[in-house]
Write a protein that binds this ligand. Structure first.
Ligand SMILES: NC(=O)c1ccc[n+]([C@@H]2O[C@H](COP(=O)([O-])OP(=O)(O)OC[C@H]3O[C@@H](n4cnc5c(N)ncnc54)[C@H](O)[C@@H]3O)[C@@H](O)[C@H]2O)c1
Length: 359
């Protein structure tokens, strides 16, 4: 990958065009907005890094105080769309900038370890994107480094704080479906990577990408949370003709706390996308569709349940889930209990996902 410094056009005053506002070099100002505000350094300004910039814009407990991406294209587009965000000259400068409490690692997974280690060295808390890593060596090194340095950390499995998942879990625990008997995960993508990921070319490749890592990992996290540790009983991955490309299909039978789980995932044919998780008990069933739409069944028909967590700043289920996750991130920054899984949990998810892909 090109280093942006080699190709970034420079203005006559010597400043690259994306340097919209310098990182504040004054005294440490953790909490620049209000005494309770925590500063975030964002590393990686693609789809998910930009989402963090967008979703923290109107919060007064979290504020992006520095950001950096390896490509000049991402830096320029962040400067144009988020002129209030200070862009740093390097990852290290972003992470070490005054006022940074949390480093948000939003790069493709192969680079998570490098930036997590940089954040630890700078004494920052860590919020890392999933999957934690692709290689087991990297995943284990991340967990070890976070644990030996006692660094507060979380991995961005968005179901962690999603109101729909909290509602599903409380119904399950209250016995609304009786004893869990089986779960089903159905994923289908007409195009992979999806249209909104057109710039995220790495998702198409076997080395780091594919929908098993990118999407199924969320459901492995969810299974683990709802039912317990996940074991693989049988799996068959269908690969594309070009061995460098990611999977085209994945069929699996998992066992989760004794509950059988059937997985069917595929991409590359016509029809609307499907992202669906169903949990069936002996007295009823619960279903999450389109990520955050919760329905319940008494055994006959499905009834969509009203969505909790909506509000003026959270007008739709997706925004509600993201903002709830940021509520949890602010709690993490304050040292309060919160539901975001840490790297050790994410490593367990990673092991299941990589074992599936290796089967
Ligand atoms: N939690 C979620 O719901 C969710 C959703 C989408 C993506 N993700 C995860 O977020 C991460 C990023 O995904 P994305 O969709 O934003 O990808 P993307 O390709 O859109 O963005 C990645 C950005 O990282 C930059 N980058 C690449 N290598 C870098 C490096 N060494 N140093 C600094 N920047 C680098 C790229 O230039 C790009 O701008 C992945 O781990 C992905 O799995 C999570």
């Amino acid at each position: 990958m090109r280093r942006w410094m080699r190709c970034c056009p420079v203005r006559r005053n010597g400043q690259p065009p994306w340097r919209s506002r310098p990182v504040d070099n004054g005294a440490s100002t953790s909490g620049q907005d209000s005494p309770m505000s925590h500063g975030i350094a964002v590393i990686g300004l693609g789809v998910i890094g930009r989402r963090m910039l967008d979703q923290t814009r109107h919060r007064n407990d979290l504020k992006v105080v520095s950001a950096w991406d390896i490509t000049d294209r991402a830096m320029r587009s962040a400067a144009a769309d988020f002129p209030e965000v200070p862009l740093a000259a390097s990852a290290r400068a972003a992470i070490e900038a005054p006022g940074v409490d949390i480093v948000y690692v939003g790069t493709p997974p192969a680079f998570h370890r490098e930036y997590v280690e940089m954040a630890i060295a700078a004494g920052r808390k860590v919020f890392c994107e999933k999957p934690l890593a692709v290689s087991l060596v990297d995943g284990e090194a991340i967990v070890r480094a976070l644990s030996t340095s006692a660094t507060a950390n979380g991995v961005n499995y968005v179901f962690a704080s999603a109101p729909a998942v909290a509602a599903m879990e409380s119904r399950l625990r209250a016995g609304a479906i009786g004893s869990p008997r089986q779960a089903e995960i159905r994923l289908f993508f007409s195009r992979w990577p999806r249209d909104w990921q057109a710039n995220a070319g790495w998702l198409a490749w076997r080395e780091e990408g594919g929908f098993v890592r990118e999407v199924l990992s969320h459901y492995v996290y969810l299974l683990r949370r709802l039912l317990g540790p996940v074991a693989i009983e049988a799996a068959a991955i269908g690969w594309q003709e070009d061995p460098a490309l990611c999977e085209r299909s994945a069929l699996a039978r998992l066992s989760c706390g004794g509950v059988p789980v059937l997985v069917s995932a595929s991409a590359g044919a016509a029809g609307p996308d499907v992202v669906e998780f169903t949990l069936r008990g002996d007295a009823g069933a619960l279903r999450l569709e389109n990520w955050f739409e919760l329905s319940a069944s008494d055994g006959k028909r499905w009834t969509q349940l009203p969505h909790g967590g909506l509000g003026a700043d959270r007008p739709d289920p997706r925004t509600a889930a993201y903002q709830s996750q940021l509520d949890s991130l602010a709690q993490l920054a304050r040292g309060e209990p919160q539901p975001i899984p840490d790297a050790a949990v994410a490593l367990e998810v990673q092991k299941t996902i990589e074992a599936l892909l290796a089967s």
